[in-house]
Design a protein around this ligand. Sequence first.
Ligand code: NAI
Length: 261
Amino acid sequence: MTGPSLAALGGPFLAGRVATISGAARGIGLATARSLAAAGADLVLIDRDAASLDAAVAQVRADTGRDALGIALDVREEAAVADAAARAVDRFGAVHILVNNAGTAIRKPVIEFTLDEWRRVMDVNLTGAFLMCRHFVPPMRAAGWGRVIGVASVMGHVSSAGRGVYSATKHALLGLTKALAAELADDGITCTCVSPGFIATDFTAPLQASAAFQAELQANALLKRWGSADEIAQLITYLCSDAAAFITGSDVLIDGGWAAH
Ligand code: NAI
């Protein structure tokens, strides 16, 4: 072993780390915030939904006792992202972990997209991740230790009718992550993605209510069930730990076996 074993980590193994999570007001982002805080990290929570973000910050603080700074912003706005990075360093002295989780989707055939719709999905899922990296990686470099984790998707590995533009952004996030891993390896920063299958959150509420989609799930997910936000959060927390120090430039599918066949 060159790093600590997972069993040896125990306790608050992220104590002293500061983690920034985008799209943290609900779903996978909120579950990740709880999980990282439970492992000892302090948090910078970002979301464009200010009211839900306030509630999330209060909830995480009360449940975990960790410090959490909430910053309401849209990840497409560079000036706001730059200001958030400065506020994070001002408050905590450093940033060590960035989880690029904010995402959106419009479901329809590619050639029916308007240019505005195309740009909206690209800008949130891809440009937003780029802007967050652009402003949150420099403090990680200064700290000499970091984790950049992209929340991609099983649709970054496969695709299907009606999911083309979303799928293109997630394929692109995997490519961006490989290049970042190469550029940041000498700075002690690892860069990875997680690729969830279908997870029961607000994002998938219409699918959860659709009999046609339930049939698609049964046919495609080997485990024949929805994943939970907590399952994704636990994987992200592992990737943030020192036990995952040898993982970079890669992606972990966590999809109930959707892409395996
Ligand atoms: P969600 O819709 O429950 O939560 C997403 C959060 O991101 C919301 O609080 C929303 O306000 C925020 N957000 C959206 N656009 C933003 C922007 N421009 N700036 C700042 N905040 C913004 O979604 P969920 O399910 O938690 O998904 C999180 C990530 O996981 C997304 O990137 C999604 O593509 C990805 N994912 C989700 C899957 C699922 O089945 N739920 C499957 C695979 C990937």
